[in-house]
Design a protein around this ligand. Sequence first.
Ligand SMILES: Cc1cc2nc3c(=O)[nH]c(=O)nc-3n(C[C@H](O)[C@H](O)[C@H](O)COP(=O)(O)O)c2cc1C
Length: 253
Amino acid sequence: MDKDQLEIYRYFLKDTIRKKIAFRFTDQNQGVPAPPAEKPAPAESKRVDLPGPKDWKTIARTDLTAAVANRKTHRVYLKNSLCLEELAYLLWCTQGVRGEITQGHAYRTVPSAGCRHAFETYLAIFNVDGITPGVYRYLPFSHQLVFEFSDPMLSEKMITASLGQTYPGRSAVTFVWTAIPYRMEWRYGLAAHKVILLDAGHVCQNLYLACEAIDSGACAIAAYDQEEMDALLGLDGENEFAIYLACVGKIKP
Ligand SMILES: Cc1cc2nc3c(=O)[nH]c(=O)nc-3n(C[C@H](O)[C@H](O)[C@H](O)COP(=O)(O)O)c2cc1C
């Protein structure tokens, strides 16, 4: 391995950069308005209202210790569908809003450095009751799905964009988390990028644990074709790009 390259990549893992940044020059400290905490969706877009925590009837109470002990990666799923409530539950557990939304700012069910929450959640939906298969995006502030597009070749395209791994195209639903890095850079400048990745780990772990409550399994995926996945989701690959995936499907209880 190239020693200089190793140094650069290991530097990224460290927090040394914090000592080198003049935080008074970050956009936040220069008075630049904060970017939206949720990517806006066109007013005329098709939306699906999701049941919230108070409406859930099928989500079993789960012992946290058992969920942690049983969590493991599942790559093979039953043909059974997820119900809408279960999908709503997974979305709430991974990016749901906790408490009040004030001035476009909200705490969520997962932690985030500086509460900047730099992610959007896209879903390739294949087998969820009452939802036409296609690509959707979660709107945490209104707890809704917004329809993005449908594609008869979505399954095949997800597999190709996942470097031939089949489960992202054979799941009930595959989550694709994208980063909008400026949300974090606005506050932390060049110290933003490491914490974006740390944040992503929390999100996916919550997905794994939530799956334990609904007889489902998840597989985290970090090996994918960046350019193909971004193109598939219609992202510019610069200001927003895929950073992590996870597929979910029903498993034997
Ligand atoms: C960051 C990360 C990336 C991963 N990427 C992939 C992947 O691309 N494909 C895959 O099949 N599994 C992937 N996995 C799942 C791991 O292979 C799995 O977590 C590991 O083998 C341990 O198994 P366990 O989750 O059952 O404990 C990933 C897991 C993590 C945390």
